[in-house]
Design a protein around this ligand. Structure first.
Ligand SMILES: Nc1ncnc2c1ncn2[C@@H]1O[C@H](COP(=O)(O)OP(=O)(O)OP(=O)(O)O)[C@@H](O)[C@H]1O
Ligand SMILES: [Mg+2]
Length: 320
C-alpha cells in the first residue's frame, strides 16, 4: 500500500469522533395513529470514519479505525467491528455511544433518519485522542469526518488537520456546516462534500454540474488540495491540480442512501492506495458509493460488488 507520490507509503487511519450503532427498521407503512409492526430490523456499526473503515476492510485494504467509544453501545460497536474484521484503536469515554434510527417504509421506499447528537466528550478524553494522533508513526493518511460530539470545539478538525500536516500525513475531511468551514482553513489534501454541503459552504444553489465544479474550484483556491463533490445519482466530480473529472454511475434502483458517501470516500482511498491515479480512484469512489446504495439497511458493498460496478461507471474529462 502506498498513498504518497513520493513513495513513503503508510497505513490508512480513519477517525470517527461520534461513531454510532445504526439501527434500521422496515415497516410496511408509517402510521401515526396505530402501532407500527416492524417487519425486519438490523444493526450495523456507523459513523463516517467507521463506515470508511468497514468498506476499506471489505476491499482488503488494511486500515485502523480511531475514535471514541463508550458504554454498552460502545461495547456492541467494538464487537461488531471485530466481527467484520475492522481493526480499531478507540479511546474509551464515560458517555454512551449513540444509536441512530432509520425507519424504512416498504410501501413508498422512503426512509426517515433519526441521528442522535451523541455523548459529550470531556477535554481529558479529547486530549487522550489527540495524544494518540500525535504519536502516529506509520500513518500515510488520516480520513476523518462526521458530526462533532458535544463538547468538541468547532475547530476540532482544523486542529487535527494542522497536527497531521505537520507530521507529513495526508488528510481527508468529510464534514458539513461549521466543522467543514473551520476544517478547510487548515488546508486538507482532500474534502468530500455532497452537493448540499458544498452549496451551504459557498452560500448559493448549485443546480448544474458546472456550478458544482465552479464552487469546488473556489474552495480549492482557498487552500484545499482536491475537492471530491458527490452528487448522489449524478455521481461525483473531482477538481484539483488543473484536473476536472466527472464519474457518472449507471442508473440503478437505490434501496439505501444512508452512508453511501462514506463508501465513495473508501473507494477513492482504495484507488489512491492501489496507485490508480486520481481519475481512476474517482471511478472506484463512485462505484463503491453506487454499490452500497444497492445494499439494504446500512450493510456495505463488498469487494465483488465494487469490482462489478467499476466498468459501469463512466469517467469524463471535463477540464475543458
Ligand atoms: N441513487 C443513486 N444511484 C446511483 N448511485 C448513487 C446514488 N446515490 C449515491 N450514489 C453513489 O454514491 C456516491 C455518493 O453519494 P452522495 O452524493 O449521495 O453521498 P453523501 O450525500 O455524502 O451520502 P452520506 O453523507 O449519506 O454518506 C455518488 O457519487 C454515487 O456514485
Ligand atoms: Mg456525506
Amino acid at each position: 500500500m502506498n498513498l504518497r507520490t513520493n513513495g513513503q507509503g503508510g497505513t490508512v487511519y480513519t477517525l470517527a469522533l461520534n461513531p454510532a450503532i445504526d439501527r434500521t427498521f422496515w415497516v410496511d407503512r408509517i402510521d401515526y395513529e396505530e402501532a407500527n409492526r416492524v417487519q425486519q430490523e438490523c444493526r450495523y456499526p456507523g459513523g463516517k470514519g467507521i463506515d470508511v473503515s468497514r468498506v476499506l476492510t471489505n476491499l482488503g485494504l488494511p486500515n485502523m479505525a480511531m475514535g471514541f467509544v463508550g458504554g454498552y453501545t460502545g461495547e456492541e460497536l467494538e464487537r461488531r467491528l471485530a466481527c467484520e474484521g475492522v481493526i480499531t484503536d478507540l479511546v474509551p469515554i464515560s458517555g454512551e455511544t449513540r444509536t441512530n434510527i432509520i425507519v424504512h417504509e416498504n410501501s413508498t421506499g422512503r426512509q426517515i433518519l433519526l441521528t442522535a447528537s451523541g455523548p459529550e466528550v470531556s477535554p481529558a478524553e479529547m486530549n487522550a485522542l489527540l495524544a494518540k494522533l500525535g504519536a502516529l508513526e506509520d500513518a500515510g493518511m488520516v480520513a476523518m469526518g462526521g458530526s462533532l460530539p458535544p463538547g468538541a470545539g468547532a475547530d476540532t478538525y482544523r486542529r487535527i488537520i494542522e497536527m497531521m500536516k505537520e507530521k507529513g500525513i495526508i488528510t481527508l475531511l468529510d464534514a458539513d456546516g461549521e466543522a467543514l468551514r473551520e476544517g478547510i482553513k487548515a488546508g486538507p489534501d482532500y474534502i468530500k462534500p455532497n452537493r448540499f454541503e458544498l452549496s451551504e459552504l459557498v452560500g448559493r444553489p448549485l443546480p448544474d454540474v458546472e456550478d458544482v465544479v465552479e464552487a469546488a474550484e473556489g474552495i480549492r483556491s482557498g487552500g484545499v488540495g482536491m475537492v471530491l463533490a458527490s452528487m448522489a445519482a449524478e455521481g461525483m466530480v473531482l477538481v484539483g491540480n488543473g484536473q476536472r473529472y466527472w464519474a457518472v454511475p449507471p442508473r440503478v434502483d437505490a434501496v439505501n442512501t444512508v452512508g453511501v458517501g462514506d463508501s465513495a470516500v473508501a473507494g477513492f482511498i482504495y484507488g489512491l492506495a492501489m496507485k490508480k491515479g486520481a481519475p481512476e480512484s474517482l471511478r472506484y469512489g463512485s462505484a463503491a458509493g453506487t454499490a452500497t446504495a444497492l445494499k439494504p439497511g446500512t450493510a456495505r458493498a463488498g469487494k465483488e460488488d465494487v469490482m462489478a460496478m467499476l466498468p459501469r461507471v463512466a469517467i469524463r474529462d471535463i477540464s475543458r
